[in-house]
Write a protein that binds this ligand. Structure first.
Ligand code: HAM
Length: 422
């Protein structure tokens, strides 16, 4: 026998019940996006490596350690997309979407790739749903984006998540704060690598998880206390609008995001039952990104929600996720003539909007009933010679065994009635 081939390390499959749950989570997260006027964009899975180096930032872990980068056959460096924002920006600039109606409001969904060390909730192929709202600097837009993510998690049914919010300042007030933080860090007892990080991106040191580093950071200056007037006003307005959207949050002045493009508003959603990988979504404003990528100087704000982790969070909260019933009606033919009739019937039932399946493989009544159970079919109809003669069948509701007689013609309306009656 040949050896079996397994999926690459850290790449999950979502099969059977997992597949049902995955789709249900994705749909619940995307519903509030569709209700808010965002248009779908299908992005390339790989891009020119420079897009991420310039867009996401060379000093980030995502770019410096986690990218899947290859040379293509023409010796061009390409990278499997580690995130969606840079790709959306590239598409907006390339197709001039920013020359039309503003804000440009886009959403996307699909796999992203990061060569992280796999563990529970941390995958090398991860799934996100994201939105980007580009071209209008209105704090109401920041609040809308955050509120959509919040609604998405509520829509899934999650109760125990928290929203963490802060402002990272702008090109005007950040440099002075950055200098202050660097001066503070210079006085600490840090190793060589951390010192190097402090000189490239001092904010990242605030995020260091090691106790010996954290214990020295208690008095570190925080950006929220050094915002310019415009940033203070922007941040205050966002919080006013968030109240109007009915969103609750916690102030998180020490929050550091893993990507370099953020300015002003940044946020993360955390789920306390997920252990080390507790971030179920995050995002923020990125006012310098478009010009960094060669476009005009327009800002934007967006988020990425982790579908994998949201599913884990829903399971941790014990939620019922998705409809595990595969079919409204499962038809079982007994004999060849009955099989022909069943094929005609499932086609008619599907046309009429019912999820109809049949027993394949001529397995007889007992085996077929087992299949109906496994698929959690809502109703079952058995067709043998008697039913073919009389053209009358019994529809059996599986939940309680109730049966209803029906002609072939009225089968779909009788099934619908029986399902809805409960
Ligand atoms: P991010 O925080 O890097 O942001 O990722 C967003 C979400 O993707 C995380 O909160 C997490 O739920 C999920 N995620 C990230 N890495 C993994 C992984 N290895 N395994 C499982 N889930 C993961 C971004 O990607 C930004 N592009 C979001 C954004 C959009 N900011 C502005 N616009």
């Amino acid at each position: 026998m040949s050896e079996i081939i397994r999926a690459p390390k850290g790449v999950p499959d979502y099969a059977q019940n997992d597949g049902i749950e995955f789709l249900a989570i994705r749909d619940s997260l995307s519903e509030p996006i569709m209700l808010a006027g965002y248009q779908y964009i299908e992005l390339p899975i790989y891009e020119d490596t420079n897009l991420y180096v310039r867009g996401v930032g060379e000093s980030t872990d995502v770019v410096s350690k986690e990218m899947f980068t290859f040379s293509d056959r023409g010796d061009r460096s390409i990278t499997l997309r580690p995130e969606g924002t840079a790709g959306v920006m590239r598409a907006v600039i390339e197709h001039g979407l920013d020359r039309g109606q503003l804000p440009v409001k886009l959403w996307y969904a699909g796999p992203f790739f990061r060569a992280e060390r796999p563990q529970a909730g941390r995958y090398r192929q991860l799934q996100q749903i994201g939105i980007e709202a580009i071209g209008v600097d209105d704090p109401a837009l920041d609040a809308e984006v955050i509120a959509i993510a919040y609604k998405g998690f509520k829509n899934v049914g999650l109760k125990n998540f928290t929203l963490k919010l802060t402002s990272l300042g702008c090109a005007k007030c950040r440099p002075a704060y950055r200098k202050l933080l660097q001066e503070f860090l210079a006085k600490l007892n840090l190793d060589e690598a951390t010192r190097a990080r402090a000189s490239i991106n001092p904010l990242r040191v605030l995020d260091d998880k090691r106790q010996e580093v954290q214990s020295q950071l208690a008095d570190a200056p925080l950006q929220v206390n050094y915002l310019c007037e415009e940033c203070i006003s922007h941040y205050n307005q966002i919080r006013d609008y968030l109240r109007l959207f009915g969103v609750q949050w916690e102030e998180a002045p020490r929050m550091v995001r893993g990507l370099d493009y953020y300015t002003r508003t940044t946020f993360e959603f955390d789920h306390p039952q997920l252990g080390a990988q507790s971030g179920i979504g995050g995002g923020g404003r990125y006012d310098g990104l478009m010009s960094e990528l060669g476009g005009q100087n327009l800002g934007g704000i967006g988020f990425g929600l982790g579908v994998d982790r949201t599913l884990l969070a829903a399971r941790a909260e014990g939620l019922a996720i998705g409809d595990k019933s595969i079919a409204d009606i499962y038809l079982i033919p007994l004999g060849d003539a009955a099989k022909n009739q069943v094929i005609e019937l499932i086609s008619q039932l599907r046309t009429n909007g019912l999820r109809a399946d049949m027993a394949f493989g001529d397995r007889g009544l007992k085996g077929s009933m087992k299949s109906a159970d496994k698929l959690a079919a809502k109703c079952v109809v058995v067709i043998g010679d008697g039913e073919l003669d009389s053209k009358i069948v019994n529809i059996k509701r599986m939940a309680d065994g109730k049966t209803v007689e029906s002609s072939f013609e009225e089968l779909d309306s009788n099934i619908k009635k029986l399902i809805e009656e409960k």
